[in-house]
Design a protein around this ligand. Structure first.
Ligand SMILES: [Zn+2]
Length: 462
């Protein structure tokens, strides 16, 4: 699929160069009419995260269509109505496929070097986390490889992984730093994210007609989703520093530098026994909040330490993981309107069966989000359809609830609910056509890619 898309871009560019120079608005202010989706899954609804019974309302328009102008959705409706307004718009016949907003992945560790194949094999033989760490594995092995990698090498690997997300139908990806743990290495990771976003713009600009032919390398045209950067300096304590020294370092050296260079929108902490406890997490996140960052947190993954309650106290945007969170934690999140981000991929990949209590959270009124937790150690998957499958089979969410949690609710959890996450007039035309007729097939068939085409701002990205 990736190759086809690359060739497609190259062909389009060749046509532009060979022909007469078209006015720019024909290239960038184009109109697109999408017709004949078996189901246009709009997720239309109130302009806020969905909770309770709203999670089940995905807003399907059968034989649906939409009109896109200048990268934004102008109109949604049945195909015969949209057809009346086609005018000179380019027509995309969805051919009876499902059309949905692109998935929004609200929790990943996208940028790292290498992999953890040896850890994976050791775990498959039954070795414990401690044994694996002793043998040179664990987070620290990824930190060492990431520090050793040049910014260019890191960018190349991140581009490859970012493209995987697109192939799974994801058009926006939150990405955390945290494999550097020095100022320079954390900045390097966050700059790679910035470059990924810039590379998407470069692809768009490179299609501007020019008198001189411009060569587009395959690597340069590798499409990527939008990246939302999060600073996770407090992922682990680096070797050679005490815990207190490192917390002081994160607060006095890292946070001011990262916020002054506007390299992150969110701050996250790995709040877990043996990493950063409740008081230490509070200290770091309070400073980040003062500097204008919104807050997320890895909490209650392996132990119930009261992390959910802390995120409620701090007014965080999200509390992530929550495998061990109890009723009090759920009630606290509800009272403070903190969105839970559930990560069943890591539970599955670690071979555990302790999934977060999604049903109780939904029944309590929480605006649940699902995400992949893509990372080399505990969740090596970029696939949101795989997460939908796990949510339905292991956490007893319905396919509709899982789709809402991985699109519009995820968008709100990234402060982008006004722009993406649903197909509604005024929002960006970030959408995917899937090779199926019923959206529930995305959660039902597992291990098989169903992505047919991906559009970002009305332009074909894949
Ligand atoms: Zn994570």
């Amino acid at each position: 699929m990736g190759r086809g898309a690359t060739a497609g871009h190259a062909d389009a560019f060749a046509n532009v160069c060979d022909g007469p120079r078209p006015p720019l608005q024909n290239l960038f202010m184009s109109s697109l009419a999408v017709l004949h989706a078996s189901e246009l899954v709009t997720l239309s609804g109130p302009k806020r995260p969905r909770f309770g019974a709203e999670l089940s309302e995905v807003g399907i328009v059968r034989d649906g269509g939409m009109l896109v102008r200048d990268g934004k959705i102008e109109k949604i409706g049945p195909s015969d109505e949209i057809e009346k307004d086609v005018g000179d718009a380019k027509v995309l016949d969805a051919g009876g496929r499902v059309v949905m907003p692109g998935f929004v992945d609200a929790h990943t560790h996208l940028v790292f070097a290498g992999n953890r194949l040896d850890d994976f094999e050791r775990r498959s033989r039954g070795e414990t986390y401690e044994q694996i760490a002793k043998a040179g594995g664990g987070i620290w092995s990824t930190v060492e490889k990431t520090r050793a990698a040049s910014e260019l090498d890191l960018l190349a690997q991140a581009k490859k992984h970012a493209n995987w997300f697109l192939r799974c139908g994801t058009t926006t990806v939150e990405a955390k730093s945290g494999y550097g743990l020095t100022v320079e290495d954390e900045l390097k990771i966050l700059r790679v994210m910035r470059q990924l976003n810039a590379s998407r713009d470069t692809i768009r600009e490179s299609r501007i007609p020019s008198t001189a032919p411009v060569r587009i390398d395959a690597a340069e045209t590798e499409a990527v989703p939008e990246i939302v950067p999060t600073f996770l300096g407090a992922h682990a304590v680096p070797r050679g520093m005490s815990l207190d020294e490192y917390i002081e370092f994160v607060i006095t050296e890292m946070l001011p530098r990262i916020t002054s260079e506007k390299l992150a929108e969110f701050c996250d902490v790995f709040c877990e026994r043996g990493y950063f406890d409740i008081d230490e997490t509070r200290k770091i996140l309070s400073e980040a909040k003062k500097l204008g960052l919104s807050l997320r947190g890895h909490v209650d993954q392996l132990t119930n330490s009261g992390g959910a309650r802390l995120m409620a106290e701090l007014g965080a945007t999200t509390a992530d993981h929550l495998e061990q969170t109890d009723e009090q934690g759920i009630a606290a999140l509800n009272k403070a309107n903190v969105q839970p981000v559930l990560l069943p991929g890591s539970v599955y990949a670690l071979g555990s069966s302790r999934y977060p209590r999604a049903r109780e959270m939904i029944e309590a009124g929480l605006a649940v989000v699902l995400a992949t937790d893509f990372n080399p150690g505990s969740s090596p998957t970029p696939s949101m359809p795989m997460i939908l499958s796990l949510a339905c089979t292991q956490m007893k969410m319905s396919p509709a609830e899982a789709v809402t949690a991985s699109t519009v609710n995820a968008a709100y959890s990234l402060n982008r609910g006004e722009k993406i996450g649903s197909l509604e007039p005024g929002k960006l035309a970030n959408f995917v056509t899937f090779d199926c007729e019923d959206y529930r097939e995305l959660a039902y068939w597992f291990g098989i890619p169903q992505t047919h085409a991906v559009y970002i701002k009305g332009e074909r990205a894949l």
